[in-house]
Design a protein around this ligand. Sequence first.
Ligand SMILES: Nc1ncnc2c1ncn2[C@@H]1O[C@H](COP(=O)(O)OP(=O)(O)OP(=O)(O)O)[C@@H](O)[C@H]1O
Ligand SMILES: [Mg+2]
Length: 353
Amino acid sequence: MSDVTLRKLVKRYGEVEVIHGVDLDIADGEFVVFVGPSGCGKSTLLRMIAGLEETSSGEIRIGESDVTRADPADRGVAMVFQTYALYPHMSVEENMGFGLKMTGHAKAEVKEKVREASRILKLDDYLKRKPKALSGGQRQRVAIGRAIVRGPEVFLFDEPLSNLDAELRVDMRVEIARLHKEIGATMIYVTHDQVEAMTLADKIVVLRAGHIEQVGAPMDLYRDPDNRFVAGFIGSPAMNFVGGSAAQDGVLAPGLGAQTLQVAAAVPGVGTEVIVGIRPQHLALAPGESHLVDLVERLGGVSYAYLVAATGDRLVVELREDDPAPRPNDRVGLRVDASRVMLFDASTERRLR
Ligand SMILES: Nc1ncnc2c1ncn2[C@@H]1O[C@H](COP(=O)(O)OP(=O)(O)OP(=O)(O)O)[C@@H](O)[C@H]1O
Ligand SMILES: [Mg+2]
């Protein structure tokens, strides 16, 4: 079994604490993605699991073993980094087999494992090439191959695709999903790209400033975020947020127009200030003058209209292919699908359900 358990994990650099007591259960074979803004502690947490960073306090278990103080080589993990760091003078084959060779594995065994990895990664035709004769995507596949040949129980990826161009990222994302399906190992994957998180993860862990904000399946986080941070982080373009207040029969949010919104969420006492959240696809343009069009982005199937309200609030509205697109400086009205509005406490930013 290669489930991974983190208990009260803390990381301090001198006086500064950067991971503040993280508890997490990762099941055997699960694909877990750590996501969050720059500096939130994703890499630190991953490197603690790998054994590349010392744990200040708390416990890390992999399967039955407490590996908190174990040597990286004894944890049954293999890590793939953003920079592939291949040996330039070695062929693809030699790069993939090097680690095994160094740890004294027999030549035939190394060859067999490299062959298996290159089959999985479709690198068969490139085995004799040097890294400089490979594309970025191929190089990253070699780096992943280096991890596969070690037969780890847990794969750790730290932003492995961020050096690739947009198109290649999509291809490699699909390949990593396929790889997980084929070898079924536990995988922990760090990214700040919420699209990668949504598409790859069985389970997403949203981190912020060294804390876990929420853990859940991608669509659960999307549909049912616990707080404003998660609501704003998951989903692209991000959810719109405006200030509002509870009224007798719903919620008033001047940034969305003058109408009272009959929301599905629990509305606090009349007059209570709230944060009102609504996703771009739950807004539509309507006849009216309440909002000024700042910019329209046409992506083909969908377009995004960027609006400014009289309150100064900025909003993104998703338009479908056949919707008439407004022009910059047009004045428009807004239709709000009030049943999709989410409310958040104005001070704690917790979701009001
Ligand atoms: N050696 C160090 N000494 C002191 N602080 C550090 C050290 N390494 C990292 N930190 C701090 O720990 C915090 C978490 O860093 P970490 O690299 O884990 O962030 P991250 O979520 O991976 O960010 P990014 O998306 O930019 O890679 C940051 O505030 C960083 O400044
Ligand atoms: Mg990082």
